[in-house]
Design a protein around this ligand. Sequence first.
Ligand SMILES: *Cc1c(COP(=O)(O)O)cnc(C)c1O
Length: 394
Amino acid sequence: MPTRSLDDFALRKLADLDARGLRRTLAESAREDGIFVTRDGRRLLSFSCNDYLNLTHHPAVKAAAIEAIGRYGAGAGASRLVTGNHPLFEALEARLARLKQTEAACIFGSGYLANAGIAPVFAGAGDLIVIDELAHACLWAGARLSAARTLTFRHNDAAHAADLLARHRAGSGRALLVTDGVFSMDGDLAPLPELAAICAAHDVWLLTDDAHGLGVIGAGRGSAFAARTAIPLQMGTLSKAIGGYGGYLCASKAVIDLVKTRSRTLIYSTALPPAMAGAAIAALDLIEANPKLTEAPLVKARAFTSRLGLPPAQSPIVPLVTGTPEAALKASATLAEEGFLVAAIRPPTVPQGTARLRFAFTAAHSDEDVARLAAAVQKILDPARAEPLCPRFS
Ligand SMILES: *Cc1c(COP(=O)(O)O)cnc(C)c1O
């Protein structure tokens, strides 16, 4: 029996989203290699996957996952604190700590779960969190769950963060400053040296989310490494360049020991499937053995920004702001006709008025792919001046 008021609520809400171009729907997307996506029977070259190193389909990564399933089964069976702490997890944590040059690491079920679980361990009622206005949704979730007073600083504006701390730090207990290392929808980097200096001056703990830094920035070690800045709380994900699934925190041994006994998203959620730890270890082997591979996505992104006369890419992510959601959807549809998958990103994922195309470049995109994409985008930007398009991709 449907509950009438509940369905009415859902239908009204959907109609409202439809009217504003903001409804989201799921499109079945089969990925049978590290670069193409099949949708509605069409094979599109994807510039929307975060599989920067194409490791989701690397034979060594798949083989490691299969081997772990053979040995430990499909699921972990329980929380890590109960019986789910398979031997591969500590091996993976040691590898992450080594790569990030921290004393210790803790893996979580996902990046979202990591961020929902980290901030509440270190801040609570009476404490303070200052957060970049464009920080990822799950950093905001962690801030909310912490019950700490949360103040927003303007995007990448270290002076604004310093000003907020000068005015509000004294009246609170502990304090965290929270930011993405590489911003997921803008592709720019946080000013980590400046933020770290401000944190040191005000006794504030810096938490960075490096979901889009690991594997592709700083020789694969992430944005803290690229900025040569010591950061006490370095969070990230295994779901992007690492090619699998899961989240992590790298930090000192004391901090990790506390997280392992206090973080609710670690304690009250089943451990990762062991296969994901096996796959991640294999991916880290590849990353550590091939520093050149980690540089490739940024090289492709820079080739694209240079062709279009955009500011040089700072990461493999390049935004092209269209303004309205409708314009972003239309541009995305036009590129799909040319054989490219480039997702339209709309509010509330990005602020009102900044709907955009978001391009993500990977190691396996050829120079020719990038050139054809740039030509197709140029045609959308400036139909009159565009060079003739290369032969249609099939
Ligand atoms: C994708 C993403 C996450 C979430 O990681 P998952 O492992 O996919 O849950 C967290 N932070 C940022 C910046 C991200 O882009």
